[in-house]
Design a protein around this ligand. Structure first.
Ligand code: ARG
Length: 455
């Protein structure tokens, strides 16, 4: 394709380091879509005859079906998907194929193909993210008033509701969704027609190709169009933050499904057994996605590193963008779908959640708040009195609610029988009615808002 000024072919190692066909063959459908749009535009602007354009169109469809059915012979000598497709098109239709690359370069071609590919990934990730959000929302609605321990430092902090905990993930995934949509909107500009870097002297219509490929507009600056990989980086950044959220939930599922916690039971479909220990139900999907998601962070750093030292415009370094994004995208989608399946199928153990909620003096803050409200103690003093009561309960190996009124009055003589009203976990969560709080009523309000968004 470029041998005109060369006397010798490339060294075998040169060919190996230069070729991208081993991975960029994944861009074949996008490459062919781009070429079809380009050819149609060349005909509409009179740069190409309609009969040539028609032969190109039909030839490209044949190439596509050869690739889809697996009969296409990819060649490393032809470097990449763009040259592989064009060479095969030339074999099939002859001379008209040689006119296809008019007013175009592989630089704008690859930038276009890759944007189309990443944009499609955004749409697939959006669907998977929405399914996961609905699964979390279903869980939240079912258990809006199921009490469980809320943790800080993984130590029992205050009772919360299962619905509240699930809705926290809906919020996180909702931000991921909004970031994903923002990224998709920003990437939706078409590099095609930027040519090698400077634009072209042919009277091309960039508006037309942009529109044909579903882009909102052509990229405004041809140098930027071929140099820019922000769209891939932003996608990886969005995926990284989402991966971090997924990994936190995965970690919770691993902890919660243990015999020590028993907060959830993962379904058989989402558990594995042990080859030696017959009793085991392992949360392998949660563990694997927790581990795999690191690859997305890696891809993000790798591509930032590829890009950071590149002068404008195109450098071959940029060929290293694809494998990272492909791997990250595959694993992100897999993780989103696995998490969606696990959450949809899991059963929360209401009794275990309740029993755990009551242990660890989880209503100590309620007691302190009561001392402030009922007795008018300053909060710091109430904190101190409650601390003494917790120490007393700990010494007696009982819960706060099991102390007698006399015990309590030994610590502070103004305490009355009313205090017992705030020591239950149900009273505790019911009282947390502040906006965004854990009260079942408030959780149901949060859930209803999201139900309207998610359907
Ligand atoms: N395979 C190349 C890539 O992925 C296509 C662009 C090549 N352009 C060039 N001038 N060598 O980036």
């Amino acid at each position: 394709m470029w041998g005109g000024r060369f006397a010798e072919g490339p060294d075998a190692i040169m060919e190996a380091i230069n070729a991208s066909i081993g991975f960029d063959r994944r861009l074949a459908p996008q490459d062919i879509a781009g070429s079809r749009a380009h050819a149609a535009m060349l005909a509409a602007t009179g740069i190409l005859s309609y009969s040539d354009a028609e032969m190109i169109r039909e030839g490209l469809l044949t190439v596509l079906s050869e690739i889809e059915t697996g009969s296409f012979a990819f060649s490393t000598a032809l470097e990449d998907i763009h040259m592989n497709v064009e060479a095969r098109l030339t074999e099939i239709i002859g001379d008209p194929a040689k006119r296809l690359h008019t007013g175009r370069s592989r630089n704008d071609q690859v930038a276009t193909d890759f944007r189309l590919w990443v944009r499609e990934q955004c749409d697939m990730a959006e669907d998977a993210l929405l399914a996961l959000m609905r699964a979390c929302l279903d869980q939240a609605e079912a258990g809006a008033d199921w009490v469980m321990p809320g943790f800080t430092h993984l130590q029992t902090a205050q009772p919360v509701t299962w619905g509240h905990h699930m809705m926290a993930y809906v919020e996180m995934f909702g931000r991921d969704l909004s970031r994903l949509r923002d990224a998709r909107t920003r990437m939706n500009e078409c590099p095609l027609g930027a040519a090698a870097l400077a634009g072209t002297s042919f009277p091309i219509d960039r508006q037309m190709t942009a529109e044909a490929l579903g882009f909102a507009a052509p990229c405004a600056n041809s140098l930027d169009a071929v140099s820019d990989r922000d769209f891939a980086l932003e996608y990886l950044a969005v995926a990284s933050i989402s991966a971090m959220h997924l990994s936190r939930l995965a970690e919770e599922l691993v902890i919660w499904s243990s015999a020590q916690f028993r907060f959830v039971r993962l379904s058989d479909r989402w558990s594995t057994g042990s080859s030696i220990m017959p009793q085991k139900r392992n949360p392998d999907a949660a563990e694997l996605l927790r581990a795999k998601l690191g690859r997305i962070f890696g891809a993000n750093v790798a591509l930032m590193t590829v890009m950071k030292g590149l002068p404008l415009a195109y450098s071959k370094d940029m060929q290293e963008d694809k494998e990272q994004v492909f791997d990250a995208a595959d694993n992100w989608l897999l993780a989103l779908r696995a998490m969606g399946g696990m959450v949809a199928d899991m059963t929360a153990n209401r009794d275990a959640l309740r029993a755990a909620a009551a242990s660890g003096f989880s209503t100590a803050t309620d007691l302190a708040d009561w001392l402030v409200r009922a007795l008018g103690l300053p909060f710091r003093e109430a904190h101190h009195v409650t601390g003494a009561l917790v120490a007393m309960a700990e010494a007696k190996a009982c819960d706060l609610a099991d102390l007698t009124l006399a015990d309590m009055q030994d610590v502070h003589d103004a305490i009355t029988e009313d205090v017992f009203g705030v020591l239950t976990v149900d009273a505790s969560v019911a009282s947390r009615v502040s906006y965004g709080g854990t009260a079942p009523k408030e959780v149901r309000r949060q859930a209803a808002r999201w139900r309207e968004v998610l359907g």
